[in-house]
Design a protein around this ligand. Structure first.
Ligand SMILES: *Cc1c(COP(=O)(O)O)cnc(C)c1O
Length: 384
């Protein structure tokens, strides 16, 4: 009746309505579903972080408006974390800002740099917020295919010159959701050069930077900072998805653009949450190691099980996802429905992450190892 803005009508259609209905039906029938669909850690926030929050919430000064860019003590804690975990020196005053979860910063970045009709380069498959944020800023997403034969890295040479000329931002995400692939130094160097040469803001989403198995994921900021903004988050690293705190680090000029949008939209992160985040970022890394031990056991159990039933998935070095090839004769949506109907197992069809996600389904390792074993038993009963 009120006429939705065209930009909302341009957002991609929601593909999962039918799947959601099938899931509700199964639940009504009393089927015990095993849900590998959600990328939300099942493990609790470590107790020392919760305790820090309890103390912080009682302080009167924390009950007031916070600063837009985040408390200096929070930004110093981020700098400490980047030094310790990534070997990157950040100036907490100029090279870090607080975010209300990294999704918030990602979604607002195009408002700072995209004019009507400008292009935003987005990975396909990828986190749906990248193209949506481009559309909400009246920009146009251009999808860079992530193909298995390229290690799920984009082929920069394949981006047409006229597209690159009109591009203002390139989004990338390594360790990657949904493919669980990683990026090494040579590629990072190449992509920073590519973007610098064309005055494209390189926006790297490092949400899974610490979820790694006998592997260290590099920060893009280790390779270059000019024109690079790196988004990170406490959500996955410290099991804090509900707390809504993340940060952006990198090129001061790019951060200033994002902050200018934010000062007109939000009023910062609750200081008590920032204090809890400081406890997380400056606390023992043992909590990260413990998380990763748990995810690794789950990963190995699922990968082994998938192999046994003849499903093909590479063993990931990072993230809590397994990107599994769909057997011949199915689309990713058909295979997802079959797993739901015949085994009560919920996964995410690759097509939900973009056209080039077709041919894969994503398992999130956010279930206990016993549940994963049960899922493997169910899979053994399937004829594929
Ligand atoms: C989970 C996730 C995030 C983190 O979002 P927050 O808003 O920080 O909770 C960002 N990017 C990707 C790709 C993710 O999967």
């Amino acid at each position: 009746m009120f006429g939705l803005a065209e930009r909302l009508q341009r957002l991609p259609p929601y593909l999962f309505a039918e799947l959601d209905a099938m899931k509700r039906k199964k639940l009504r029938e009393g089927v015990k579903l095993i849900d590998f669909g959600v990328g939300d850690p099942d493990l609790p926030t470590p107790p020392h972080i919760v305790e820090a929050m309890k103390k912080a919430v009682e302080k009167v000064e924390n009950q007031k408006y916070p600063s837009y860019e985040g408390m200096l003590s929070f930004r110093e804690a981020v700098a400490d974390f980047y030094k310790r975990r990534k070997g990157v020196d950040l100036d907490p005053e100029k090279e870090v800002i607080a975010l209300i979860g990294s999704k918030e910063g990602i979604a607002h970045l195009p408002l700072a740099y995209v004019n009507s009709g400008d292009i935003v380069l987005c990975p396909d498959p990828g986190y749906p917020v990248y193209p949506s944020s481009a559309i909400l800023a009246d920009g146009k997403p251009y999808f860079m295919p992530l193909k298995k034969e390229n290690g799920f890295l984009p082929d920069l040479q394949a981006i047409p010159d006229d597209v690159a000329r009109k591009a203002k931002i390139m989004f990338l995400n390594y360790p990657n959701n949904p493919t669980a692939s990683v990026a090494e130094k040579d590629f990072i160097k190449e992509v920073i050069e590519f973007c610098n040469d064309r005055k494209i803001v390189l926006a790297h989403d490092a949400a899974y930077s610490e979820i790694t198995f006998d592997y260290r994921a590099r920060s893009f900021l280790e390779v270059g900072i000019e024109g690079v903004i790196e988004f990170n988050s406490l959500s996955k690293t410290y099991n804090m998805t509900g707390w809504r705190i993340g940060f952006a680090a990198g090129c001061p000029e790019v951060l200033a653009g994002l902050l200018k949008v934010k000062t007109n939209v939000d009023s910062g992160v609750f200081q008590a949450v920032q204090e809890a985040a400081i406890a997380a970022l400056t606390g023992s890394d043992e909590v990260i190691d413990e998380n990763n031990r748990i995810y690794k056991e789950r990963r190995d159990t699922l990968i082994e099980g998938l192999k046994e039933v003849g499903l093909n998935a590479e063993k990931p070095k990072a993230t809590f996802y397994v990107w599994c090839e769909v057997p011949e004769g199915y689309t990713s949506m058909e295979f997802t429905k079959k797993l739901l109907n015949d085994a009560g197992i919920l996964v995410t069809p690759g097509i939900g992450f973009g056209e080039h996600g077709e041919g894969f389904v994503r398992f999130a390792l956010t279930r206990d190892v016993g549940v994963i074993q049960e899922a493997v038993e169910r899979l053994k009963g399937l004829s594929l």
